[in-house]
Write a protein that binds this ligand. Structure first.
Ligand SMILES: C[S@@+](CC[C@H](N)C(=O)[O-])C[C@H]1O[C@@H](n2cnc3c(N)ncnc32)[C@H](O)[C@@H]1O
Length: 253
């Protein structure tokens, strides 16, 4: 079972057809979002997507908490080499890490010991059911430096200059408001802090994940490099079997 089969319904599916432009040959079935023109809605779209587009990319549907067992599957280490991911993140004691879209907390609890004793992992998610799973794990494991945080669809809700690292494992492609979230990253990062996109490689057709759940390096760079956010591209690590790890940073000043 692939997680992208499971999805929550979004308002995108309920938009009235009258919102779509029908008369321009080049833009048939496409409408610009009246509330925020950085987004557009496409009548024709991938069945696993929302129909909402950002800079030419269709936003995927959010994975439901019903998919939590898939995130916890034992074979995930073999398939994704999470242990290698942990090595390339540059985690150090004392760091504050924001695990955005933490899900059931699989990655959060692996990062937490590496930032101990004074560091912490803020495990942010929008689904209460995911946060409840994380709370249960805190109780069961005794790892107390993972802190569940309820986020919003367009903001982490965290204070400015909080994060040394923001990590998104298989998350960014399903953010409903990527533009607002990028602005939020720029705000909540400390100077010199980094963002890591861990995304299935769209460039590689052999990676067995549905298209809207993959991202190319080119697309991530296009979105994150927009001047208004002030984030700088650092590097792309290609050591994982299926995903790339793309780093940006907030300038040190
Ligand atoms: C595919 S799961 C990945 C979970 C986890 N990162 C992992 O790899 O085990 C994506 C998660 O992102 C969360 N998510 C989606 N949009 C979000 C947002 N705007 N803010 C925080 N979490 C979000 C979903 O609720 C879901 O739990």
């Amino acid at each position: 079972m692939r997680h992208c089969i499971i999805s929550t319904l979004t308002i995108s599916l309920m938009l009235p057809l009258s919102l779509f432009a029908q008369d321009e040959a080049t833009n048939e079935g496409v409408s610009v979002d009246p509330d925020n023109p950085v987004y557009s809605w496409h009548k024709e779209h991938d069945r696993n997507g929302t129909g909402k587009f950002y800079l030419g990319r269709e936003i995927a549907r959010v994975m439901s908490y019903h998919g939590a067992p898939w995130l916890e599957r034992p074979e995930r280490e073999k398939e994704e080499k999470i242990s290698v991911l942990l090595e390339v993140l540059g985690l150090k004691p004392g760091m504050t890490v924001v695990d955005l879209g933490a899900g059931s907390g699989r990655i959060s609890f692996l990062m937490a010991p590496k930032v101990s004793p004074k560091g912490k992992v803020l495990a942010v998610d929008i689904q209460d059911e995911m946060l409840a799973l994380i709370e249960k794990k805190v109780d069961a494991s005794g790892i107390t430096n993972v802190i569940p945080v309820k986020g919003k669809v367009d903001s982490t809700g965290l204070k400015p200059n909080t994060a040394d690292l923001i990590i998104m494992v298989d998350v960014y492609h399903e953010l409903e408001f990527p533009h607002e979230m990028l602005a939020d990253f720029a705000k909540i990062l400390k100077p010199g802090g980094r963002v890591a996109w861990v995304e299935y490689r769209k460039e590689d057709p052999t990676v067995p994940i549905k298209l809207v759940h993959k991202m190319s390096v080119k697309q991530v760079r296009k979105e994150a490099s927009q001047k208004e956010f002030g984030l700088e591209y650092v590097e792309t690590i290609g050591k994982l079997p299926q995903q790339h790890v793309i780093f940006f940073q907030k300038p040190k000043k």
